[in-house]
Design a protein around this ligand. Sequence first.
Ligand code: ARG
Length: 563
Amino acid sequence: MDYKAQVTNSILSVLNDELSSAEVYEKLEKPKTLAMGDLAFPAFTLAKVFHKAPNAIAEELVAKIDQSSYEKVEAKGAYINFFLDKGTFSNEILNEVLEEDSTYGQNDNGKGGNVPIDMSSPNIAKPISMGHLRSTVIGNSIAKLLVKNGYHPIKDNHLGDWGTQFGKLIVAYKKWGNEEDVKKDPINNLVKYYVKFHKEDKAHPELDDEARETFKKLEDGNKEEVFLWKWFRKVSLESFNKIYKKLGVSFDTYNGEAFYNDKMDEGIQILKDKGLLVESQGAQVVKLDKYNLNPALILKSDGATLYITRDIATAIYRDRTYKPAMNLYVVGAEQTYYFKQLKAVLLEMGLPSAENLHHIPFGLITVNGKKLSTRSGRIILLDKVLDDAIDLAKKQIEAKNPDLPNKDEVANEVGVGAIIFGDLKNERTNNIDFVLEDQLRFEGETGPYVQYSHARAESILRKAGDIDLHSADKQLDDPTAWETITALKDFPAVVESACKDFEPSEVAKYSLRLAKAFNKYYAHSKILVEDDQLAARLSLVKAVSIVLKESLNLLGVKAPDAM
Ligand code: ARG
């Protein structure tokens, strides 16, 4: 229901074509507080036309407007404030939410367009970092937002599984490694070998030659090297998958850098054909002066390819396979300059989807003030953060609701949800410090608070028992319900805006707003009393439950019915 259109028509009905319908619609503002109404029209936009003071214009127009479908319409200074009729409005909005259920807020802006999302993308044989975790949860939420906006996302985990470092790793493993250790604790041991290689090669530079030859063998498909590389990749992925599973995130494809190893020639050929590849100190670069960027190094002087060479192949592949409406890369802010270069190169190549390439950067994350670097063995830490969160959630549930039958399941949903929500409630480019205890509180701006509000709504509905809400009249004129009603009304706009901005925090902030409004309502009014508005109040509770659950779902957070 478009109440903005209703107000637009009211204004137009008292004008003589001084403004078009679109102009009026655009000028309508949302007042800062509900005491100033639900929508306001700034009369000073007509001052020039009418040659009158805005306040006078506001008063004259108000006198002419048919107010029968509003609670009231009043002139306040230079504004005309519209107060929607609460009964009518709540009836409409609650009917809409209950009818549409989890599809409330769905739109078709994307028209089914494909959107590959490059997300998570950790490097094999290395611990997954907090940055990769952020990419995973932000990417997952954006994928859900895309679906809600009518797009078809393809979540692609662009693993860092190729490059000269694998030559080093294979050499190191053959010299100092053993199978049992890798099987027991793959990432920590692989990192150990890699670190040892870098210590040893200072005194023994011949190791580097050996590594180069080994990588060459790998590139050429030599059996032993390929076998080891595949094994390292497999055990790394198994350890990443444990974390993905805990987070409840899955991928559509795992086309890592290695997947593009045999697909790089085409991109290089296009660059050559277009005369874009030029020599610079023996290496091949693309000049990007036009974009105010440094040249992009595409091939080293020995002909070796680089990260960007593989990304060019990746972009061509995605372009051809998906004909993407947009091309998204959820990668840390430290690669911002790199993605500017990549986009510029692709634009120069004339790749159709280059225009719609979006790097979606995010800030750094620290846990309890400590930076998690990728150096050594930190994968345990990340896994441990999740486990600690689950333990803490379990303790809270044990204290609050000891009789809950599925305590472990709920502790999982609350603990993991707290971490995801704690990340996503921040504007993604902010740096954030994570204090676990804070994120797990049931009060304040936390995931558990929103989950708890949803569970509270569900508990009220359980107590109410079987009442047919669908055909019931849902007119609520209780002013304490109004904040909740208007929050429900705003959900579709939030879904749209969060997707446009690639900003899950808009949904997280919205869910906090709705939860707060609902809890205030709950504190101020008796819901379960037998009177003629009982069904209307329960409809409100049901609508809140639906929209809170869907908001959490868009963030990748579960909404237990009891906790
Ligand atoms: N593996 C890279 C890293 O950990 C991220 C890859 C991002 N995606 C891409 N297409 N470049 O830094």
